[in-house]
Design a protein around this ligand. Structure first.
Ligand code: ADE
Length: 228
């Protein structure tokens, strides 16, 4: 899978994909991430990419022309399945959407800054708008990093058995059960006996029950099936 990201602060996106599972995905050639500096696509003086909004009001707006230049130059060589704008008024990002996006070949993510991007970009180029939650970030970069990470780890071959995505929270609308590792006892706090029993059918049942309990306590909305 290839993910291109247009940003005015490309440095923000250097580290998130250079470690751990994302690094492995890239090293194995399963995921390619390219960060494109929007300032390299503007024809305005001093690499300007934003301007005051028409009608007045606080906050700058990212101009249409640099974004069109960047998008059209990328499209010359890549056919995007989705052109995604990261914005707090987009569709809320959930595991189901991560699963769907992981089936695509090429994604283009556009990070907004300031007051957002000129509406004409949204009208004519964007195919999907995503928010990572009901709070406002200072730019779309951290949201883009969240999406690349959650989508990238789902690509076949990225995770091994130990890190399998199948047992993640949310994959079956349940939160993950508690987990333990050595030592069996620490300060008198013991690992549940069932996990030491060697009875895998019983352990699976216990884990499922714990998942249901935890979900009922913390996220009952998931059990009512309202949450995709
Ligand atoms: N840009 C600013 N806030 C955002 C959010 N919550 N999700 C996605 N992009 C954003």
């Amino acid at each position: 899978m290839r993910i291109d990201i247009i940003s005015v602060v490309p440095d923000l996106l250097q580290s998130p994909f250079s470690h751990s599972i994302m690094k492995r995905a890239k090293d194995k050639g399963l995921l390619e991430v390219n960060v494109i500096n929007l300032r390299e696509h503007t024809t305005y003086a001093r690499a300007q990419v934003d301007d005051y909004q028409f009608g007045g009001g606080a906050g700058m707006v990212m101009m249409v022309e640099p974004l069109v230049n960047a998008i059209e130059s990328l499209r010359k060589t890549t056919n995007y399945d989705e052109v995604i704008f990261l914005t707090p008024d987009g569709e809320t990002f959930k595991q189901g959407l991560a699963n769907q996006l992981s089936l695509k070949n090429n994604l283009l993510l556009i990070c907004g800054h300031y007051k957002g991007i000129d509406q004409r970009i949204r009208d004519h180029f964007i195919t999907m708008e995503i928010s990572i939650g009901d709070y406002v970030l200072s730019g779309g970069e951290l949201a883009a990093a969240v999406i690349v990470d959650s989508v990238g780890r789902l690509l076949p071959g990225v995770l091994n058995d130990e890190t399998s995505a199948l047992t993640d929270s949310f994959q079956d609308n349940l939160l993950a059960p508690p987990v333990y590792t050595r030592p069996v006892e620490f300060r008198g706090w013991k690992v549940p006996d069932i996990l030491m029993s060697g009875n895998h059918a019983k352990i699976d049942q216990w884990r499922h029950d714990q998942s249901v309990l935890r979900t009922r306590e913390r996220r009952p909305d998931l059990l009512s099936g309202e949450d995709g």
